[in-house]
Design a binder for this molecule. Structure first.
Ligand code: 9Z3
Length: 337
């Protein structure tokens, strides 16, 4: 039998889907963080990062996932910190994180540039700590590590980074709503940078199988419901003064601008950043409104470009964040008129 999939409003969604068990505890910590940053006069950005999952069973064995390594979010969060923002980094568990992303186990494993000075046998046989071999960093890796490590230590000392994790789209939605409501305290000094790749479809708890779905009955048919359009209540109710930036991911180039414009029209927030899956590391488009017109601003980088003493490859997030900081400051100033 065919049943119409339910279209949940955000309100219906939160009335029928249970919150993650750690929500209250997580939000208490977020509240303390925001209050402190507010007292210290900082702007706060919420960066969401990584993909959300949709479990198919309550005792979950299988789930659908959304594509995202978390590079956009983790990289941008570092540039926001450099620009003086406090950052709430809300990311998919085990996706890339700030600072440690430079030493990913698959592309730049840190064990490869540590050296052992002194005979290895001493380490195993001697009880004398002075005889133990010393571990040092390969000379050519030192400048890079020092740069990352100093920033990591500075951020910890300043207490300007707060981290939250999600796995499922349900975790994400509940957290996003609660964090947005807390951010309202900051008025125009709050920025939302929604880079997480969020499922469009989900399986409501009421329709989920309790146990692992059994094979042997032929093909599997799953009907999913639409995830509510969360940006609408975010803009209209939860964070009326926040500067909201969402991302639009497409794989068909022809859809990128129309879909980005449609999102702005629908939700009335400040900026949609459109990115094509395969070009996202060197090209994005900012879509915003100028009175009744759409404004499009393309940002491109040359991937061969190098900068800084350690000759890192240029990261497009540096320019994305610089452009947004400019726009967010203008937004703050406008609020003072
Ligand atoms: C993005 O478009 C991100 O830029 C990427 C980043 C997921 C492409 P990586 O983590 O990739 O660097 O590997 N995020 C938003 C995707 C999304 O789900 N957007 C929703 C939509 O398009 C709206 S919030 O409908």
């Amino acid at each position: 039998m065919y049943t119409e999939p339910t279209t949940f409003s955000a309100e219906e969604y939160f009335a029928t889907q249970p919150p993650p068990p750690t929500l209250d505890h997580d939000i208490e910590k977020v509240r303390e963080f925001i209050q402190r940053q507010n007292k210290e006069g900082r702007s706060v950005v919420l960066v969401t990062s990584g993909g959300t999952t949709v479990p198919l069973e309550l005792n979950v064995v299988r789930f659908l996932d959304n594509f995202s390594a978390g590079t956009r979010g983790a990289t941008s969060a570092e540039y926001f910190l450099k620009a003086g923002y406090a950052v709430i980094f809300m990311h998919r568990q085990f996706s890339l994180q700030l600072f440690s992303r430079h030493y990913s186990h698959s592309t730049n494993p840190f064990l490869d540039f540590l050296e052992i000075d002194g005979p290895l046998s001493d380490a195993n046989n001697s009880n004398d700590p002075d005889a133990a071999p010393i571990i040092s960093v390969t000379p050519e890796k030192r400048a890079d590590l020092l740069e990352v490590l100093s920033m990591y230590k500075d951020v910890h000392k300043a207490g300007t980074l707060h981290t939250l994790t999600f796995v499922t789209v349900n975790d994400y939605l509940w957290l996003l709503r609660a964090v947005s409501q807390e951010m309202a305290l900051l008025g125009r000094k709050s920025l939302f940078y929604l880079a997480a790749a969020v499922s469009d479809f989900f399986l409501p708890r009421q329709k989920m199988s309790i146990h692992k779905i059994q094979s042997g009955k032929g093909s599997l048919h799953i009907e999913m419901d639409q995830v509510p359009k969360i940006l609408k209540p975010m803009v209209d109710e939860w964070t009326k003064e926040g500067f909201i930036v969402s991302f639009k991911l497409e794989t068909d180039d022809n859809l990128l601008l129309p879909k980005a414009r449609q999102a702005l029209e629908r939700y009335g927030h400040q900026v949609v950043i459109g990115n094509d899956l395969h070009r996202r590391k060197f090209e994005v488009v900012f879509v915003s409104r100028k009175e009744s017109e759409f404004d499009e601003y393309w940002l491109r980088i040359d991937l061969g470009e190098h900068h800084g003493p350690a000759h890192h490859a240029k990261e497009i997030e540096e320019d994305i964040v610089a452009e947004l900081v400019k726009r967010h400051n203008a937004w703050i100033e406008k609020g003072k008129l």
